[in-house]
Design a protein. Sequence first.
Length: 253
Amino acid sequence: MLLSVNAVVVCERKINEYDRVLTLLTENKGIIHAYAKGASKIKSGMIAATEMFCYSHFQIFTHGEKSFIDKAEVINIFFGLRQDFLKISLATYFCQLVLEIVPPLDCEDSYIRLLLNTLYFLEKDKISRSLLKPLFELRLLTLCGYMPDLVTCQCCGYLNTETIYFSPNLGIILCDNCCPDKKNMINVSGGVFAAMRHIVYSDISKLFNFTLTPEATAVLNQVSRKYLLCQVEKMLPALKYYEDMVAVMETNK
């Protein structure tokens, strides 16, 4: 069977000098692992289209459980990502998170739309890295079935946006009166809470249309990181690498 799909390369593995195995996040065929014979050859017509982060049109021949890339043409190579080490690190983390939590057989196009938009804003510096990271994390978790309940206080049903506590373990919010033990909770301001609700509930067309102060962005990062780790239950290597690189950059300022 011959498939014709648009996809983002979210993982590439060289198996010898010229051949690669690619993992593709497709628009409507889920996640596909495909063998790209000769893709690394200088004269190969697929060399650019099969690079990491590249959004390309693929023709894939499937036989049984195996898939082989017959043809690949570039749609967007995201060249700007490759000029900045921190951007590469963060984009790698986004792709690794996709592979970790997106159901491989889920054919919804919401995942690739989120990833493509995020890579675009990262490449063009339209939104800061510090804000894109929690935005992508919370929205991807929501799409994958880990949507936090941010409607009202889980206990009393009352919503007071001045004092809100978020539970990373349970993915719920509590008001001040219903949260006597605040040890494992995060106190979020009205601005941070509004951002969380926007990320979780807004339409994809409006997802990136908000701003936060640096202080509020730092809290949002704390919320998304802790919530993510509670769901994934492990530190992804690309996340640790990115955070280490950010720490080094901050130290050297």
